[in-house]
Design a protein around this ligand. Sequence first.
Ligand code: PBG
Length: 331
Amino acid sequence: MTGSYPSTRLRRTRASAWSRALHRETVLTPADLIWPLFVTEGKGVEEPIGSLPGVSRWSLDGIAKRAKEALDLGMPCVALFPNTQPERRSDNGKEALNPDNLMCRAIGAIKDACGEDIGVLTDVALDPYTSHGQDGLLDDAGYVVNDHTVAVLVDQALNQAEAGADIVAPSDMMDGRIKAIRMALEMSDYPNVQIMSYAAKYASAFYGPFRDAVGSGGLLKGDKKSYQMDPANGEEALREVEFDLAEGADSVMVKPGLPYLDIVRRVKERFEVPVFAYQVSGEYAMIEAAAAAGAGDRDELVLETLMAFKRAGCSGVLTYHAPLAARLLGG
Ligand code: PBG
C-alpha cells in the first residue's frame, strides 16, 4: 500500500467549496495590493501606453481620481512614477529635486483628494529625469557613479518627503543609499517617513513597457547591469537585503516578481521582515498577451499569480492589475 491510503485521502478536504475555504492556507485581499500609477502633464489627459494594454498615464486630476478609486477598492497604497517632459530631462536629472515637479504635485493632488487615508509610495531614482535614461549620474566613460548619485538621491527623497510622500522607495541599486536617506530623513524631521528598499532588484528584460511609460526607454543607452543584479544570483540578494535592513529600511522589495519567488521565500525565511514584490510591467504584459491570445482566463491568471506572491511570503504586491484584482476580490 502506498503511504497511508486510504485512511488519509488528501482529496477529502478538497471535495467541496466550503471545505476548500476552511482549509485555505493563504488569503489575498485588496489590502495586499499597491497600484503603480504613471503621471503626465496637462489637465484631463489620459495617455494609453501601447506596450501596457489597459494602463494609461494620467494628468494630476486623473491621478487624484485613481487614488480615490484605489481607496474605495480597499487598497492601502499607490505608487507614483512620473513621465517627465523631455525638455525637463537633463544629464544630471536635476528635475528630480524640483519641489514643483510632476511627482511632488501628484503627491499633493492625492493628499488633497484622499487625505491621510491612503499611503503614497514614491520612486527614488533618476531615470525618469535624466536625458540618458540611467538611474544615476554618469562619469565620462558612461559608468553610473555611486557616491555622487547617492548624494542626489538623498535630496530627491527629501524633496518627496517634503511634498508628503509616506514611503520613499529607492529603486536605483546604489550601494549605501538607504543609510544616507535614512539619516537625512531623521535629521530633517521626517522620522516617520518609511523606506521600502528595492533591495533585490535584478537587471531584467521584464522592464521594457515601464520604460515606455516613463519615457526613458528610447533614451537609454546600454544596460543597467553595473548596478542591478545578475538574474543568476540568490546569495547576493540576501546580502543586499541584509545591508538595506541594517541601514534602516522598514521593508524590502524583490523585483521582478514571479520569476523570483524563490528569492522572496529565502528573504522571508532568513530575515522575517515585511517583504514586497513588484509584478513588473513585462509580467503584466505577458498575462495580457496570454489572455488576448485565448491562452488563459485573465481574471484567473491574475488572482492565481497574486496568490502565489502571498504564499511565497509577500506582505503585498505592486501590480498594474491591482484595480482588476481588487474588484474581483470584492473590494
Ligand atoms: C527605475 C524603475 C524601473 C521599474 C521601477 N523603477 C525600471 C528600470 O529599472 O529600468 C520597473 C517597473 C516595471 O517594469 O513595471 N528606477
